[in-house]
Structures are given as C-alpha cells and as structure tokens.
Design a protein around this ligand. Structure first.
Ligand SMILES: Nc1ncnc2c1ncn2[C@@H]1O[C@H](COP(=O)(O)OP(=O)(O)OP(=O)(O)O)[C@@H](O)[C@H]1O
Ligand SMILES: [Mg+2]
Length: 447
C-alpha cells in the first residue's frame, strides 16, 4: 500500500465536529493537500485499510473512541505506525500533552488555531516523516550493500583459503615426488654398486663348485690308491672330520649360490623401483615389476606379535604381453597399494576386537588379466575389513589420511592415481566392502 498517491500529500482529519472538519479541509485543500475527513475514529481506522494517508490530524474528545484510543490502534498496526499523528484539542478541553506524546503523537495544535500554524506544523511533520523514511531506506540499502560486500569478501577469503590449501598440497606433492626421485636415484645407485661385486661372486661360484668337486674326486682317488696313508695324515683327516666336510662342502656352495641369486633379484627389484625418473616410456613385463615390488616389501609380510604372516597370492595371466610405460613409477604405484593393504591389515590386527577372530588369515591377492586383447588389468585385493564410504570417497584426495600424525601423509593414493592416469593413460579405481576388504584395480591400454 502506498503512502501517498501522486505528488500531493494525503492528510486524514478525524474530528467529530463537522465545522472543524470543514475548516481544516478548506485550509489544507487550498494548499494543495489531498484531504480525507472522518467524523469518527472507527470510520477512520476502517478507511485506512484501503488507503494510507501521509499524516493524520486527530481530535481528542470524540464519542465512542477518543483520540488517544485511535492513536493507540494506529501505533499498534505495523501498516500505520509510522504515519505522524498531530493531536488537535480545544483549549477548554482536558488535554494531557504528556499522554498525547506517550500514545505516539508527534505534535499538537490547540483550537482555535491559525491556518498558518496548522499549515506550518503539517508541512514540518510531513517533511520530517519523509526524511525519516528516506533515512531508513538508505540504511536498509546500505545494510544490504554491506551484506553483499561482506558476502563477496567471505567468498574471496574462502577462495584464497582453498588456493592456499591447493598450493600447500601441490608443494607437499612436489616435495614427495622429489623425495621419491631422489630415493629412486639412491636405490638404483646402490643396486648398481652391489651388482659388480655380486657378479664376481656369482661368476666365480660355478668354477669354485667345479674345483671343489675336482679336489674331492682327487681325495677319493688318493684314499682308494693309498688306503693307509700313515698316522700323521689319518690323525689330521680325523681331526678335521674329512667325511663331514666332503658331504657338507657342496651343499654349502649350493646355498651360497641360492643366496647370491636372491641378492641379484633384490638388486634387480631395487633397480626397477629406482628407475622412476626416466623420461621415456619403455616396454616392460608387468609381472616382473609386481614380483620385484613384493620382494622389496617382503620384510613387512613377516608374522608379528599381533598377526600371522601376510600371504600374498598371485594369479598371473600368462597371455599378458609387455606393457608400455614407466616400470619405476608403476612399481611405486603397486608399492603404495600394497603398503596401504599391509597398513590396513596391521590396523585390523592391532584393534582389540580381533582377539575373538582367531581364524583370521591376513591375505593379499594380486590378479592380472588381459581383457579383450586390449586392456591389462591388475587387481590388488586385501581382506583387511574395507573402509566406510566417507573414507572411500576421499582416498584419492591429496593429503587425505586416516593415519596418525607422522604415520601417513595422505599422498600415496593421490600420487598413484596421478602416475596411472598421467603417465600410463590408465585408470586406478577402488572398491571397498566394509567388513570384508578393498580391491584396487589398475587398467592400462595396450599398445
Ligand atoms: N587397502 C585399504 N584398506 C583400508 N583403507 C585404506 C586402504 N588403502 C587406503 N586406505 C585409506 O585411504 C587413506 C589414504 O591413503 P593414502 O595412501 O593416500 O595415504 P596414507 O596411506 O594415509 O599416507 P601415505 O601413503 O602418504 O603414507 C588411508 O589413510 C586409509 O584410510
Ligand atoms: Mg598410503
């Protein structure tokens, strides 16, 4: 409902005396006011439901409802409470100025009045009311503007905070990648250094075995030709337990050979793992990389106070051809997935609830397969009990970890996914079944 119609101000006059009404109407109308006259308070309140005046001139002494009561009604209604009310009272009427202001009047005029005074007071209060309205509108507009600015500021702060977080994450990721590259270089370097002396050992073991066999054969021949070699030789032969040495020496050399082969495998694994910083893709045997990664992690599979040995079951598809990519980085991916599975198994076994689950056998399965001659898939499956959906949905987020301070950086899976998607054009996905376990699937297109 508008306060005024057109440019002319609307004034309502409420007075039970027709002579007064007429007089005031004449004065105001002759000065371009739009005037509505009401002989009773009730009529005026009813009339204001349809059109609101800009100002009200209100008589006090009226039958049915006096001016104070009318004013109370006006002030209790949010629609009319801001309309300025000027009381009019005859000098001989009992008029309580204090009450007039208490009821919400802004001014009063005493009868008999002078036209100029009425006009001056009406004009002043209309002005005041207009200014008050303008001010409150300005306040509202300013408040709204401030609120918008505040919101914009908050958005900017949020944006900044997330940018800072992103920068920090990228930084830790870079540091992590650099560390991996440095570690890779170191590991590859050590593996290379071990390789040279190892090659002497492996290269010399076979001739050593042959020589020993020759010498033993010669001793046999001596013994057959000279069954009684004399006291001195017999005593020496007894004290060194020649019979035992004869049997044990070939076994000893054989176990040295096996040990040296193992070192060679470890060294090869380390070289594959360390080849993380190469720039060009190469063809490589997926199964060899998986095996060497398992070998590097072997020490973590051993039985502990809380659990039996973690068994790794592999099921390799022999049809799988070599894939193109970066064996060092691929090994890091497998290593991260396996390390997480071992962590999850350890966590499960260290939780107090497991005491009842004596039959629990920790296990990780690695299954490779060739799909439609076009895709190599590697599934790494654990039986560590899985993770809740709110964890599963965030595991590839950089920096997301559920492990304690100093235990996990939350970068493992983020980096693994990056290495698979960006360096191998592949996919790394995760599917977890709570209470059972988690399966990571790597899919890589074949050349
Ligand atoms: N096999 C799994 N079973 C249960 N939870 C897992 C498994 N793999 C990953 N998670 C969850 O995903 C989170 C993120 O793994 P991610 O490897 O990225 O970081 P992290 O292992 O916590 O730390 P980091 O690998 O950097 O040392 C882990 O903290 C863990 O909660
Ligand atoms: Mg991890």
């Amino acid at each position: 409902m508008s306060l005024s119609q057109g440019d002319r101000s609307q004034v309502a006059i409420i007075d039970d005396q027709p002579a007064n009404l007429r007089l005031l109407m004449n004065v105001l109308e002759s000065h371009n006011y739009d005037v509505r006259a009401f002989p009773k308070g009730t009529l005026a309140l009813e009339g204001m439901k349809y059109a609101l005046p800009d100002l009200i001139l209100l008589d006090i002494q009226m039958p049915e409802m006096n001016g104070y009561q009318v004013c109370e009604h006006l002030k209790s209604n949010p629609e009319t409470q801001d309309i300025p009310v000027l009381f009019i009272s005859a000098l001989d009427e009992a008029f309580d100025k204090v009450q007039a202001f208490e009821k919400g009047g802004v001014d009063y005029i005493t009868k008999p009045f002078q036209a100029e005074e009425v006009l001056a007071r009406v004009a002043t209060h209309l002005n005041l009311s207009r200014l008050t309205r303008q001010l409150s509108n300005t306040n509202v507009a300013q408040a709204e503007q401030l609120a918008t600015q505040n919101q914009q500021l908050q958005n900017t702060v949020q944006l900044l905070e997330s940018s800072i977080q992103e920068v920090q994450q990228t930084q830790t990721q870079l540091v992590q990648q650099e560390k991996m590259a440095a570690l890779g270089g170191l590991v590859a370097g050590i593996a290379h250094e071990i390789n040279n002396p190892l090659n002497f050992i492996i290269g010399n073991l076979q001739p050593a075995q042959d020589y020993v066999q020759d010498l033993l054969n010669l001793i046999d021949l001596y013994q057959q030709t000279f069954p009684t070699p004399g006291e001195e030789i017999e005593a020496e032969s007894d004290s060194m337990d020649l019979g035992f040495i004869r049997q044990d020496l070939p076994k000893l050399l054989q176990s040295m050979k096996i040990g040296a082969e193992r070192i060679r495998n470890i060294s090869r694994s380390l070289r594959i793992f360390g080849r993380g910083d190469s720039d060009t893709a190469t063809q490589f045997d997926l199964h060899e990389v998986i095996e060497s990664t398992i070998l590097i992690l072997k020490h973590r599979l051993k039985p502990s106070d809380h659990r039996s040995e973690i068994k790794i079951q592999t099921q390799y598809d022999s049809q799988l051809p070599e894939i193109e990519g970066f064996p060092g980085e691929f090994s890091q991916v497998v290593m991260n997935i396996l390390a997480n599975a071992i962590d999850a198994i350890d966590e499960k076994c260290e939780s107090p609830g497991l005491l009842t689950e004596q039959a629990y056998r920790p296990q990780i399965r690695v299954i490779t397969s060739l799909v439609a001659q076009k895709i190599a898939t590697i599934k790494i499956q654990d039986n560590a009990g899985g993770m809740p959906p709110e964890v599963e949905s965030r595991i590839f987020e950089s920096g997301f970890t559920t492990k304690g301070m100093g235990k996990g950086t939350g970068l493992g899976m983020a980096i693994a996914q990056q290495l698979i998607t960006e360096k191998h054009n592949g996919l790394l996905t995760c599917h977890s079944v709570i209470g059972e376990g988690t399966t990571f699937t790597i899919e890589i297109g074949l050349p």
